[in-house]
Design a protein around this ligand. Structure first.
Ligand code: PMP
Length: 373
């Protein structure tokens, strides 16, 4: 049968698995209160802006040359930051970076996925994971999380044993639910992965790691004993640098060496490297807001629960709440009042990012009206 959906004079040889697909991404609308993509609501200070601008000017003077392909100075700065943030000491050769952690994870799938192989995660989770798999011709399997969005270690073990993936992706804290995984669960996954014939890499995606509640350790602490573990982080969230596009990863040297093979040469521009390094020099200041965002989040969870809504426990800078019979109507009602949140997650749930106190108040006021709380 001829494909009648193709219009125009020629048909393009699009990969069949891409037919009819839309690009991923939340609507970018110009609204007074944008709480839809888990950004940090606090812009960099004028001092940080000035230092970034100076660093970019310096980089601009050398833009006739390709950038440092191995971005060693940036990797050293990232290692120093992780030592301060999590108390875990890492060598420069254990760090990797790319244009957002999305690209870091694509590198992981390029190196460890591929035709005939499987990537596995546990749903509901970050909707880009199946896209990395699709784009690298890796089969995709979504195991299940429990009703409360936790991951049962026995279910995880059994799912890994059944599907023998070469990559397991675990978001912790998870998007869109906010759920952090206890160390025991990650250890169970690492153990099951170690038994997969041919090997299996476990990626713990800590994009929201800095927002975790006290007492929840980072998976970085497990790196020393697990060469098949990769911990992914980003400057997009806690650092408030989503526009700079800098994601990074910590892993064994052997694992990072595999990523170096699949990256495009000079994938991190001199400008990106300069911006990230200038920002890392201000990490203490940039992170100053993380504590207040955590407090805002916890207060928002309490407020929503007090109004009889279901709220998933959150270790991230967003909250998943519900359940609404018609979540689309609630989403639209909020948008009509200038508040943009995200229609994502299992049916009935909505996700809101933690904003400034003023933005959170605008969200609450609008929700009271729309949902009749
Ligand atoms: N992982 C998770 C769980 C995310 O929610 C996001 C951003 N929405 C990313 C990774 C990617 O972020 P970035 O590419 O900006 O680092």
């Amino acid at each position: 049968d001829l494909d009648t959906t193709v219009t125009g004079p020629t048909s393009l040889p699009l990969r069949p698995e891409l037919a009819g697909l839309e690009p991923y991404g939340a609507p970018q609308l110009d609204v007074p209160v944008a709480l839809n993509v888990n950004e940090n609501p606090y812009a960099p200070s004028e001092q940080v802006v000035a230092d970034i601008a100076a660093a970019v000017a310096d980089a601009a003077r050398g833009l006739n040359r390709y950038p440092d392909r191995d971005f060693e100075a940036l990797r050293a700065d990232l290692a120093a930051y992780l030592l301060t943030e999590s108390g875990v000491g890492l060598g420069v050769e254990q760090l990797w970076a790319a244009n957002g952690s999305n690209e870091v994870m694509l590198h992981l799938l390029q190196a460890f996925g591929g035709p005939g192989r499987t990537a596995l995660s546990f749903a509901p989770t970050y909707s880009m994971y199946p896209e990395y798999a699709r784009d690298t011709s890796t089969a995709w399997v979504a195991g299940r999380r429990e009703e409360d969005f936790s991951l049962d270690p026995d279910v995880a073990r059994a799912t890994i044993a059944q599907h023998a993936p070469s990559v397991v992706l675990l978001a912790s804290p998870n998007n869109p639910t906010g759920t952090a995984l206890p160390t025991a669960t990650i250890l169970a996954v690492l153990d099951a992965a170690a038994q997969v014939p041919g090997g299996c890499v476990v990626v713990v995606d800590e994009a929201y790691g800095e927002f975790r509640r006290r007492g929840t350790p980072s998976a970085l602490e497990l790196l020393a004993d697990h060469p098949h573990l990769a911990v992914s982080r980003t400057m997009s969230k806690a650092f408030g640098l989503a526009g700079a596009r800098l994601g990074y990863l910590a892993a064994s040297r052997e694992l990072v060496d595999a990523l170096r093979v699949v990256r495009l040469p000079y994938h991190l521009s001199a400008v990106t490297q300069a911006v990230a390094r200038a920002a890392l020099a201000h990490s203490t200041e940039l992170m100053a807001q993380v504590g207040s965002l955590r407090d805002e989040r916890d207060a928002l969870v309490v407020w929503l629960r007090e109004r009889g809504l279901q709220v998933a426990d959150s270790d991230a800078n967003f909250v998943l709440f519900g359940l609404f019979e018609d979540r689309r109507a609630v989403w639209e009602g909020l948008l009509d009042r200038g508040v943009l949140i995200r229609e994502v997650g299992p049916p009935g749930w909505l996700r809101v990012s933690v904003g400034t106190p003023r933005e959170t108040q605008a969200f609450k006021d609008a929700l009271v009206e729309v949902a009749g709380l």
